[in-house]
Design a protein around this ligand. Structure first.
Ligand SMILES: [Zn+2]
Length: 625
């Protein structure tokens, strides 16, 4: 019997309905071209894919839309291919497959689909081999008995407006443009909406949307997931057998050594390694957080579930360690490994009340043992007779691996255009703090905001106090800016030329720094707060959130209503000061350099105890936190 006769006979005898996973286990072959594990498809290798695949089966009439928000290395694209192959063979009808762009479609067609067709015999028998001028089987159109598979890019309005389809697969939806129109063209609307409209004439349709998420408020897959029944994968602890969702905060390792990565059970505290993963996945189950509406089932899963041999826990920890200090890299890590959107979700979970629990035992004004040097950030409020004029100063201690300790936060009341507040700042900048080992520390670098109503007064102070490590800065909310840029001279003479030894002002990437600080608040223990840090301080520290810009292009930080944010601003400036030190000392050696300096100060303190100066009068100087 030739393949066409066989197809004809199979068309007469209705096949017993199968699920996508049953069909795949029976027929699907993984090509050596597109897969790291060629050979027969085994759902048991990726047990968590069984339920989403079966929601896409003709046997399931409860679900019409399947939303898959997954991290990388979990097999989500293979699942989509199983869905396509299953419909071609098992329940043929018109199918539309959408990738981000026409280029991506070509790549998907060549690298993933064609090898899958070629190596899966029941499909090969139904799709005629591709010939160059054969319209029935091109890169964008695959005909098969009783159906057609159309492939298009989300940037192609013509492709999205094609004939009605019963089945729709949209891959990586978060990389689609917000509008399907090509540049300069007429607005065509959201590509997903356009594609979904194609399915409206079919009552028994199936729609599969998959993606790793991107930025909050921009992420299609997340908004679809939130509108679904929100399923997450629960697995039992090998020690106590209690079910739980694997979360990043339970991942533990020792001394920056990713190879020691283990998962700590949230119930019994037992730690276990990768070798348990296969059993965990097998015993796992999807649990919905909400009842289902709109016939939409949603699945979220991080790469912590990636099957043994694909992406390991030590590899994920290693990637975390490498990316955590670089905002764009870190965002990618959060998106593709944690399968979570970045920014606000991290921030909104930070409540001032919860942060109070992060206060540590050391007292304000004292130096924890790990701290090797100090930096400061100064915010100027008012000037020229406005209300509540003051400057606010945060002093932060820096320890190896960029741990930051809040030493104290001070408010000095007075008009920044008058001298008194600056005398107060002098006291803080010349203050010597005692290190527990007996040595002395002073603020190494202090960054002062030059924006606002007292710019000239700030310039004057910066010019006079360069010797105390004072620098002038100006915040930029443009995204993607470095923490601190190169300085430029702002003092000009009457001819408009820069004055030698004039003030240098450094541009500071405020949003970049806020991304770093907020990620650290949520993700690790690198920010430390003294025992008396108040709720008001934490309210200010978390007083901004990232929101969608009014013009819809990108996000920006805005202050929460009626919320002061000086605690945040001064921390941003202090972090800029730290980055200024990186311009002066090599990053790899900075801790050693300051450790040596601290030792030296220890020796000289022993010699000169009698000569040490006490801080002068503290008049006009109010200690707030
Ligand atoms: Zn346990």
């Amino acid at each position: 019997m030739n393949p066409f006769q066989k197809g004809f006979i199979e068309g007469i005898i209705p096949p017993k309905p199968m699920t996508v996973s049953e069909w795949s286990d029976k027929h699907r072959m993984l090509s050596s071209k597109g897969s790291s594990e060629p050979g027969r498809w085994r759902t048991s290798r990726v047990p968590y894919l069984k339920q989403p695949m079966n929601c896409l089966s003709v046997t399931n009439t409860d679900v019409q839309r399947v939303v898959v928000m997954f991290g990388a290395q979990l097999g989500k694209t293979e699942m989509g291919i199983n869905f396509l192959l299953y419909t071609i063979d098992h329940c043929p009808a018109p199918i539309l497959c959408v990738a981000a762009s026409l280029d991506m479609v070509k790549r998907m067609s060549r690298q993933r689909l064609e090898p899958a067709f070629e190596e899966t015999p029941v499909i090969k028998a139904k799709i005629a081999p591709q010939r160059s001028r054969d319209a029935s089987n091109s890169m964008f159109i695959k005909e098969f008995p009783n159906g057609i598979l159309l492939l298009t890019g989300s940037n192609s309005p013509a492709g999205l407006r094609s004939a009605p389809v019963r089945y729709l697969f949209m891959d990586e939806t978060d990389s689609y443009p917000s509008d399907a129109s090509t540049s300069g063209g007429v607005s065509e609307g959201d590509p997903c909406e356009l594609a979904i409209k194609r399915t409206s004439t079919f009552s028994r349709k199936k729609i599969l949307m998959t993606s790793t998420p991107t930025t909050k408020d921009f992420s299609r897959i997340e908004s679809e997931y939130l509108a679904s029944d929100m399923r997450r994968y629960w697995v039992p602890c090998p020690a106590c057998n209690e079910y739980q969702v694997l979360v990043w905060s339970q991942m533990k390792w020792e001394n920056r050594d990713a190879s020691t990565a283990k998962y700590e059970c949230v119930h019994c505290g037992e730690r276990f390694d990768e070798t348990h993963k296969t059993a965990l996945l097998r015993k796992g189950e999807w649990r919905a957080e909400k009842p289902m509406t709109r016939k939409t089932a949603g699945f979220q899963m991080s790469s912590l579930y990636s099957p043994a041999g694909w992406l390991t826990w030590p590899e994920i920890v290693e990637e975390f360690l490498r990316s955590k200090d670089d905002a764009p890299l870190f965002k990618t890590w959060v998106n593709t490994r944690m399968a979570e959107t970045f920014d606000e979700s991290y921030q909104s979970q930070l409540s001032a009340e919860a942060l109070l629990e992060r206060c540590e035992k050391y007292m304000p004004g004292t130096i924890p043992e790990d701290v090797l040097f100090l930096v400061g950030g100064v915010d100027i409020q008012g000037g020229g007779g406005t209300k509540d004029e003051r400057i606010e100063v945060s002093t932060w201690g820096i320890a190896p691996d960029e741990h930051m300790y809040l030493i104290q936060h001070d408010v000095i009341y007075g008009d920044p255009n008058q001298g008194t507040v600056w005398e107060g700042l002098d006291i803080l900048l010349t203050n010597e703090y005692e290190h527990p080992n007996g040595g002395k520390l002073k603020i190494e670098c202090c960054a002062i905001d030059t924006g606002g109503l007292a710019t000239q007064a700030v310039y004057n102070y910066c010019r006079q106090r360069q010797g105390l490590g004072v620098i002038g800065i100006k915040g930029s909310s443009q995204s993607g800016k470095p923490a601190i840029g190169r300085g430029s001279r702002v003092d000009l003479n009457y001819r408009g030329r820069a004055i030698k030894k004039g003030v240098i002002v450094y541009m500071v990437g405020s949003d970049t720094i806020k991304d770093v600080l907020f990620a650290r608040l949520k993700f690790n223990d690198k920010l430390h707060f003294h025992a008396q840090t108040t709720e008001e301080y934490f309210k200010q520290f978390t007083g901004e959130r990232r929101v969608l810009k009014k013009n819809g292009r990108g996000t920006e930080y805005v202050q929460k209503k009626n919320q002061n944010v000086e605690a945040l601003d001064t921390a941003v400036y202090a972090y800029a000061a730290l980055n200024h030190l990186y311009q002066r000392f090599p990053r790899g050696k900075i801790y050693q350099i300051f450790a040596n300096r601290l030792l030296k100060s220890l020796n000289s303190t022993k010699e000169n105890t009698l000569n040490s100066k006490k801080p002068t009068s503290k008049q006009g100087y109010v200690h707030k936190w």
